[in-house]
Ligand binder design. Structure first.
Ligand code: HSE
Length: 314
């Protein structure tokens, strides 16, 4: 029987410009480490959290890892003693899907510890439930790629219909995290409840174009489709230097750039790793010009989702 499972769970980029709440992808770095361990007394606890500067609650009813794992254990009618340890390796409120990564890592690790009673896809409702509890709204565009890896289209929410898209091998993501914090819950409240028909027409044209471009390896079509007329015009005002950073990315050869999730991180899609590295450096330079420190990442699309790093049997 497994006594301990250590899992890596990836960061994710949600929205992907035109796909507010319906598209997201996983990246290789950064990501959280979640350890699930058996303990002698029944029930779930969060034993330890590191890397969060003391900001995250250890109460299992308030932490996304705890909420997701509790819901899974309840459905399985499983009362074994399990403790979770969370090593946050990514900033909170960064737009990199931090809360989804912890939730996905936790349910994946617990499911492994219990001998895989459920298929990975069946764990998705628990990750979505945890995300909804902390963001105030159901959205799966971080949850699904964090759990399943790859580039995900959420065709619908009622019921959740998640589609993994094939993507060009050469598609790389350059990311910048300006060192500030935006709360998803608040960034969602800024958005309009209704949008004009002409805005919607442009947006669904771009969504279709992006999906077609990904499936047909058409980098120019991907480039033309990376436009957002709904969230970016409003949320970009929360990110100092957004326009300069985005323009720097495009000038350096990016296919397109937009806000990652609810920000402040900004992603750029690039044709190849060399361009992505140059783009990330130029974005950082533009960000520095606004007086803001930042961290940059360059990654292909992570195709696997959570990964078991170590297990202890006994
Ligand atoms: N689609 C969500 C939003 C993602 O933009 O609010 C949050 O990371």
């Amino acid at each position: 029987m497994k006594q301990e499972v250590t899992v890596f769970a990836p960061a994710t980029v949600a929205n992907v410009a035109c796909g507010f709440d319906i598209m997201g992808f996983a990246i290789n770095q950064p990501g959280d480490i979640i350890i699930a361990r058996r303990k002698p007394t029944p029930g779930l606890i969060i034993e330890r959290i590191s890397g969060d500067n003391g900001k995250l609650p250890k109460d299992v009813t308030e932490n996304t890892a705890g909420i997701a794992a509790s819901a899974l254990l309840k459905d399985l009618n499983e009362h074994s003693g399990i403790s979770l340890e969370i090593e946050k390796k990514m900033p909170l409120g960064s737009g990199l899907g931090s809360s989804a990564a912890s939730a996905a890592g936790a349910v994946y690790a617990v499911n492994q510890l219990l001998g895989e009673p459920l298929a990975t896809k069946a764990l998705l409702p628990y990750v979505i439930e945890a995300e909804a509890a902390v963001s105030g709204n159901i959205h799966a565009d971080n949850a699904a790629p964090a759990l399943l890896g790859g580039f995900i289209l959420i065709r619908g929410y009622d019921p959740v219909d998640v589609i993994s898209l094939n993507i060009p091998d050469n598609l790389f993501c350059a990311l910048i995290h300006p060192h500030s914090e935006i709360r998803t819950r608040e960034a969602r409240q800024l958005l309009p409840k209704e949008i004009p028909l002409r805005t919607a027409i442009k947006q669904w044209g771009n969504v279709g174009g992006l999906v077609a471009g990904l499936l047909s390896n058409d980098m120019q079509l991907i480039s033309r489709s990376l436009q957002d007329g709904i969230a970016e015009p409003i949320r970009s005002k929360l990110i100092p230097g957004f326009t300069d950073i985005k323009n720097a990315a495009i000038r350096a050869g990016a296919l397109g750039a937009s806000i990652s999730g609810s920000g402040p991180s900004i992603f750029a899609f690039c044709d190849g790793e060399a361009i992505a590295t140059a783009v990330a450096n130029k974005m950082q330079q533009a960000c520095r010009n606004t007086g803001t420190d930042s961290t940059i990442y360059v990654s292909p699309i992570n195709r696997n989702g959570p990964k078991v790093l170590a297990t202890v049997d006994g």
